[in-house]
Design a protein around this ligand. Sequence first.
Ligand code: GLU
Length: 478
Amino acid sequence: MEQVRVRFAPSPTGYLHVGGLRTALFNYLFAKHHKGQCVLRIEDTDQTRLVPEAQENLIHSLSWAGVTFDEGPHKGGEYGPYVQSQRLELYQKHAAQLVEQGDAYPCFCSVARLEEMREKQRQRKQPPRYDGLCRRLSKEEAQAKIQEGLPYVIRMKIIHSQGNYTFNDLIRGDISFQPTQIDDQVILKTDGFPTYHLANVIDDHYMKITHVIRGEEWLSSVPKHIQLYRYFKWEEPQFAHLSLLLNTDRSKLSKRQADVAVEDYMKKGVLPEALVNFIALLGWHTDTMQELFTIDELREVFSLDRIGKSGAVFNTEKLEWMNHKYIQKKTVDELYDLVSADLSQEVKENTEEIQKKMIAAVQSSLSTLSELNEKLIPFVRANEEASPEIREQLKSEDSQAVLRTMIAKLETIDEFTSETIGQAGKDIQKETGYKGKQLWLPLRLALTNSMQGPELPVIADIFGKEKCIAFLQRHIEV
Ligand code: GLU
């Protein structure tokens, strides 16, 4: 196979959508699997939709996820510039070439005329199509209008009497479009900017792109692109169109049902390796049961022929499950480095060693890193006064007996560890007959001011002997 070159070509219109991350990831994995190159190209030809800083955000989200590029606006490269608004001359030159060849023509139709034309077509129940008015102008007539200073766009010709546009999509197989399904496309706008079609084809050609891997929504653009490749006498790249992402009810993935911005998952404390693993399995699979893959493993095994044609369900429960698995793989030091800046003030008041112990105590219960502060509440809430309900509950005769016996036991322990504390609990059970909730709940309430949390001996160990005794002591009625 020739040197594989692919591109991810987002428009900087906002955040990176999870569907965009999948497209970028599949391009990256395909390129790396074939020891090829992956290019980042910013398609900013629709100046009305630009969002400031979107480009930086896209690059940041992609690099957070570990999707890297060999060339791009942030890296440079042999085929730059990689931002379309910096390549206008190239597009204008090629549009002029098509006009010269007779394959495109200037169109002077006003927005109002086009609107009226479409309205009439709608009334006649015809699809909205350009009616070819300016295509019928002679070269001289068109030239005269240009001289007059009338604004115009350039449209490419679509010859309706030719055979179908047929191509082999690497995911969907043979696909065919009738030329009559398409009208004469605008390729250059009045402001001198190209439309998506022209810029996309020119850049894919000059950037030597061999495979175009993108979302299904671009499938209907392929015949227009094929026509441009023919006019320019350039070889077409191969195409692969990825299926849509779906909500669990199989409707198109929507903000209402799930977060769709990569940034949202970042903020929630989803690990990049979990998100990448999850996204890789949206529409792609291996022939094994393996579900957890590092990005390097994915590069090894990825292939386009294992991508399915049907929509891929974006199941956030599965993502949480995966994230949980990846959190478990982290050492406490790694976790601490990831979360330390976001820990609550109360947690941060402890030494680093204690903070790490607290994190280790709740690690197994975490699905996302953003749950951490809440899970650590049992370690910090006891610094506050207990609620009247808790105080009341701890006044009961049984609770008092448990607290007193425990204090006495703890005082006898020399080596204060979760094992020795656990053993103390068991001893009390034997001696007093209190067991289960009767035994643990008063202790938990007195130590943590919470109903739930990590295992009590673990908490007690982190607090240390003195603090434990003091916390229990403050509930003893005299
Ligand atoms: N700029 C298009 C987008 O925003 C690129 C489509 C393509 O990859 O050809 O997705």
